[in-house]
Ligand binder design. Structure first.
Ligand code: BG6
Length: 504
C-alpha cells in the first residue's frame, strides 16, 4: 500500500499571526530564556506568526542594556548552529526571522521583589501583555503579588493581561493550594497559564488525534482489552549543574505530578465533548481525580551511583556539584497507579522516570490482553500479547507489536512491528516545544495549560509518598542501567515486566 499522502491532499489551513502583545520576561538573563524562549520566538517569527506590534521586555536582577542583551542573545542563537547537544540546533539562523525578534527586544534591570520594578514597568506597558515568570519558583508568589498590586493584571478596554508560570508549581499539595489561592487573588483563572513543556511536544498532542480521530482504536481502549500501561521518561543525563535545585526537589516532584501525569491524561482521559480548552481540561481533571493516592508499597525510589554512560565513566549523584555526600534525594522513581473509574478499574498504570539510565526514551506502551481464546494458543503457551507504543522522544512515532505467521510450511507465529514515524508523513520543522505554548498563550487558548484543580489533584495523588519519603532510604542503581531492582520487583509482583529501554 502506498503510504505517501496524495499529491492533491489539501494544505492545512494557514495559521494566522497572533495579536499584538508585549511579552515581559522575568528572568531575562536565565537559561530558559536563552535556550528555549528565544528559539521559540525565532521559530514563531520564521513562521510569520508574530504581529509587527509584538515586543519583548526582559527583566533581570543582573545589569545589562538593550544593546547588550540583544548582542548576548544573538551570540547564543548563533552558537546553537554548532552545538549538536542543544535543544535547538538549526543549520543556520535566518537573519530576517531573528532580526524581527532582535529589534523588538529591550532590557530593564530590576529586583523581582522591589515595588519600583513594577511601578516603572507600569509606565512602559499598555494594551495586551503577557508576563512570563522564567524565574525560580520562590519568586512566583511575590512577582504575581507585585504585578497585582501595581495594577498590571487589570484587563481594560478589551486588552488581555496574562501570566505564564513555569514549574514546579508548588512542592506538595498544601503549597500548591496556597500558591493557587495567592495568585487567584490578583486575577481570574483564565489569566494564569501554568506551563508544562511536555504538552508542547507534538507527539504528546498527537495522542489525542490518534485516540479520538480513529475508529480503529476507540473500541479497544478499555479494561476489557488493555491489561496494563507503562509510561516511561528515561534520561541519560545526570543532574548536571542543577544540584542546588534538585536536592530539595528529587525525581518525584520534578517529573511525576506534572510531566508524567500529562502523559497519563492524554492516554487515559475520557473523550472530551469538544476540543475546547475547558472540555479538554475537564476531562483531564476528572481523570486525575480518579487516580488513587499512591502508597509507599506501590512505589520505588532510586538514586544513581557511579557507572558508565555510553562508554564513559560518570560519577554517582552524591559526587555531583552541590549535592550532599549523604543525600537521600531520589533520581529515579517508579509507581504503580490505580485509576478508579469504569474504563480503567484494575488496570495497573506503571510510571517510571530516572536520570542516568541506559537510554533516553519517553514513551507510553499499552499492553493488550491476549485473545480470550486463540487456536494458536496451547494450554501452557498463550499467544504473546500485542503492545501499542507511542514513541514521544527522541524517536517520534507509533509501533504496534503483534503476531504474524512466520514464512514456512508450518503455521508458526513470529513477532512483527507495524510502525510509523512522523517524519515519513509530515514535514518536521525544528522546534523546541515552546512555540505552540507561546502562540496559544498569545491567542488565549488554554487547552495545553494546567488548571488549578488538576494541579492540586495531581499533588494529592503523590502527597502520601512525599510525606512517607521524608526519612526513607533510596535504592541505588548504577549510572547507565535500567534502574533499581525494586522497580523490576514492583511489576514482577503482578506478573509484568518493563519493556527494555529503547525497544517499544
Ligand atoms: C524538566 C525537568 O522539567 O524536564 C528536568 O526539570 C528534565 O529535570 C526535563 O530533564 C526533561 O524534559 P525533556 O523535554 O528533555 O524530556
Amino acid at each position: 500500500m502506498d503510504q505517501t499522502p496524495p499529491a492533491d491532499a489539501p494544505e492545512p489551513e494557514a495559521v494566522p499571526a497572533a495579536p499584538p502583545c508585549t511579552l515581559v520576561i522575568f528572568g531575562a538573563g536565565g537559561d530558559l530564556t536563552k535556550r528555549l524562549l528565544m528559539p521559540a520566538l525565532y521559530n514563531l517569527s520564521a513562521g510569520g506568526l508574530l504581529d509587527p506590534g509584538f515586543r519583548v521586555i526582559g527583566v533581570d536582577h543582573n545589569p545589562n542594556t538593550d544593546e547588550g542583551w540583544r548582542k548576548d542573545l544573538s551570540e547564543t542563537m548563533q552558537s546553537f548552529t554548532t552545538d549538536r547537544t542543544s535543544e535547538f540546533h538549526p543549520e543556520r539562523i535566518d537573519p530576517k526571522a531573528w532580526g524581527f525578534v532582535r529589534e523588538r527586544l529591550s532590557f530593564r534591570q530590576g529586583d523581582f521583589t522591589a515595588a519600583e520594578t513594577f511601578s516603572s514597568l507600569a509606565g512602559a506597558l499598555s494594551g495586551n501583555v503577557i508576563f512570563y515568570l522564567a524565574v525560580s519558583a520562590r519568586f512566583f508568589g511575590p512577582v504575581v503579588d507585585a504585578l497585582g498590586e501595581a495594577g498590571l493584571l487589570k484587563e481594560q478596554s478589551g486588552a488581555f493581561r496574562r501570566v505564564v508560570i513555569e514549574k514546579p508549581f508548588g512542592s506538595d499539595l498544601d503549597s500548591a493550594r496556597a500558591l493557587n489561592a495567592r495568585i487567584l487573588k490578583h486575577g481570574t483563572e483564565s489569566q494564569f497559564f501554568r506551563i508544562d513543556h511536555f504538552l508542547g511536544k507534538e507527539t504528546v498532542q498527537s495522542i489525542l488525534a490518534i485516540r479520538f480521530a480513529n475508529g480503529l482504536l476507540g473500541p479497544v481502549w478499555h479494561r476489557d482489552h488493555i491489561d496494563h500501561v507503562e509510561i516511561t521518561a528515561a534520561e541519560t543525563i545526570g543532574v548536571e549543574a542543577r544540584g542546588a535545585f534538585y536536592e530539595p526537589t528529587g525525581a518525584l516532584r520534578d517529573m511525576v505530578p506534572n510531566h508524567l501525569f500529562q502523559l497519563l491524561c492524554m492516554v487515559a482521559m475520557e473523550p472530551p465533548a469538544t476540543l475546547d480548552a475547558e472540555d479538554v481540561r475537564d476531562a483531564k481533571a476528572r481523570l486525575i481525580q480518579a487516580v488513587q493516592p499512591v502508597q509507599p508499597a506501590q512505589a520505588v525510589r532510586g538514586q544513581y551511583g557511579a557507572g558508565r554512560e555510553h562508554g564513559h565513566a560518570v560519577p554517582g549523584y552524591r559526587d555531583e556539584p552541590n549535592v550532599a555526600a549523604d543525600s537521600r534525594t531520589e533520581t529515579y522513581v517508579a509507581l504503580k497507579l490505580s485509576i478508579d473509574n469504569p474504563r480503567w478499574k484494575d488496570v495497573p498504570f506503571y510510571l517510571r522516570t530516572g536520570k542516568r539510565m541506559t537510554d533516553r526514551v519517553t514513551e507510553i506502551a499499552l499492553h493488550f490482553r491476549p485473545p480470550a481464546r486463540s487456536p494458536f494458543a496451547a494450554p501452557d503457551a498463550p499467544v504473546a500479547p500485542d503492545v501499542l507504543c507511542f514513541r514521544i522522544d527522541p524517536e517520534q512515532g507509533m509501533d504496534i507489536v503483534m503476531n504474524a505467521k512466520r514464512p514456512g510450511p508450518r503455521l508458526d507465529l513470529g513477532r512483527v512491528t507495524a510502525a510509523f514515524d512522523y517524519g515519513d508523513f509530515f514535514k518536521e520543522t525544528p522546534s523546541v516545544g515552546y512555540e505552540t505554548l507561546l502562540y496559544d498563550c498569545l491567542i488565549g487558548d488554554a487547552t495545553l495549560f494546567q488548571r488549578a484543580d488538576s494541579i492540586e489533584a495531581a499533588w494529592a495523588v503523590v502527597d502520601p509518598l512525599l510525606k512517607a519519603w521524608v526519612d526513607a532510604p533510596v535504592e541505588f542503581y548504577s549510572a547507565g542501567s535500567d534502574g533499581p531492582e525494586g522497580a523490576t520487583a514492583l511489576l514482577a509482583a503482578q506478573g509484568h515486566r518493563w519493556l527494555p529501554l529503547g525497544e517499544g
